[in-house]
Design a protein around this ligand. Structure first.
Ligand SMILES: *Cc1c(COP(=O)(O)O)cnc(C)c1O
Ligand SMILES: [Zn+2]
Length: 385
């Protein structure tokens, strides 16, 4: 184990592993529901030791913040990575690869965060893990808790796609549907853990959600023969996947294993644009009315907005908005050129990539990785043929 301690991304204070659970106690004092989280914690490792070990034998477990012995039984990650010449040609690029995270056990990248938080619950001997979710985080937590024999308590909007609500219930989780938005579910779940205890897995709020999503970036690096791609395209809701990818390459950089970071291309739905506007204007404001078919990125107040913007700044990235129509067209293009069926949020990445090519944000020669974050069968109602 090379995990050393947590560091506050805002004030820089260090905290021992078991001294804090969620946010920096100093910086989160004036946090209230309806604001991006303040005092998000970052896991710090012994990077010198990791650099040496990695050179002997590269292994993402070297950068894990929970001992692998605590992991639940259900395997997560190690999803396929492959080049698609057909997709590249269709959109006017030369080198496009897909990282297909829809092939995780519950069908989305969220399994990575849930795996690590459930491992942490096992380490802390907590019997119950609680989360708010637009859907996929709940499916993931339900599956991972089932495999560990823990109770999952879920707060999700009633409007989540039916298949996701079924997934949650099939794994035996307690589901509390919220008459309202994901942001309302977020507030309800925090209130619940304050009252009833258990470990809260809310995205960005528990620092290990960022560490869990980091493994997608570490795998991309390994599967790309330890080369840093020029761009990684990421659909963004709360901004935790974006932060996780940033953290993956930041950690590799700190360990002396790479000399530059990949540029991150954030893609948001037009109506769920808070990170994009914050990045462009330097001023945070909620999304006015987050209504989109891409339910997994439908967020009014992105919990991890501050780190998401930092990730874009430090990687010289860009952030792009796409319409529901563009998302639907990208879904079909992806399915018909690569054989990968992605849910709407996961298809938004391709819609944004197409826009970025048209805007000359990236060059024809760039090596681009498209991160497909969730499986299309989760929301067949959104497909228009
Ligand atoms: C959660 C999710 C996203 C967005 O991730 P954030 O960490 O909320 O930005 C994108 N696509 C899918 C399929 C998701 O489930
Ligand atoms: Zn702090």
């Amino acid at each position: 184990m090379y995990f050393k301690h947590y560091r506050c991304t805002q004030c820089g204070r260090d905290y021992a592993r078991d001294e804090v659970r969620y946010l920096c106690p100093e910086c989160s004092q004036d946090y209230r529901a309806g604001l991006p989280l303040s005092g998000v914690l970052e896991a710090i490792f012994d990077y010198d030791a990791i650099g040496k070990k990695w050179r002997e034998k590269p292994d993402p477990d070297l950068l894990s913040a929970v001992e692998p012995g605590f992991y639940p039984e259900l395997p997560v990650g190690n999803t396929p990575f492959f080049r698609s010449a057909r997709l590249a040609e269709a959109i006017g690029l030369l080198d496009v690869s897909i990282k297909n995270d829809g092939l995780n056990p519950s069908g989305s990248l969220k399994d990575r965060a849930s795996q690590l938080v459930v491992a942490e619950a096992i380490r802390l001997r907590e019997r119950k893990v609680v989360t708010a979710s637009t859907g996929n985080a709940a499916c993931a937590l339900s599956a991972l808790c089932a495999s560990a024999g823990l109770e999952a308590v879920i707060f999700a909007p009633r409007s989540a796609p039916p298949a996701k609500l079924i997934q949650i219930r099939v794994h035996g989780a307690s589901l509390q549907t919220v008459d309202g938005t994901y942001d309302d579910a977020f507030a309800a779940s925090l209130e619940y853990t304050r009252r009833e205890g258990g470990l809260n897995r809310n995205t960005g709020y528990h620092p290990l959600t960022i560490e869990g999503k980091k493994t997608a970036g570490l795998e991309i690096f390994l599967q790309n023969n330890q080369n840093v791609p020029d761009w990684i395209v990421v659909p963004v809701g709360d901004g935790v996947i974006l932060a996780g990818l940033h953290k993956a390459f930041l950690d590799l950089h700190r360990a002396g294993l790479i000399s530059r970071l990949p540029r991150l291309l954030s893609v948001q739905a037009e109506s769920s644009d808070a990170v994009t506007r914050y990045f462009e204007s330097g001023r945070y404001e909620d999304a006015a009315r987050p209504v989109t078919i891409a339910d997994s990125i439908s967020v009014k107040t992105p919990s991890n907005a501050h780190w998401a913007v930092r990730a874009l700044q430090e990687t010289n990235g860009a952030s792009i908005l796409v319409s529901d129509d563009e998302i639907r067209r990208a879904q079909l293009l992806l399915a018909r050129t690569t054989g990968v069926f992605a849910e709407p949020a996961a298809s938004a990445g391709l819609a944004g990539l197409i826009r970025a090519v048209q805007a000359h944000t990236l060059c024809r020669m760039d090596q681009v990785v498209l991160l497909v974050t969730g499986h299309g069968l989760k929301d067949i109602g959104a497909v228009r043929l």
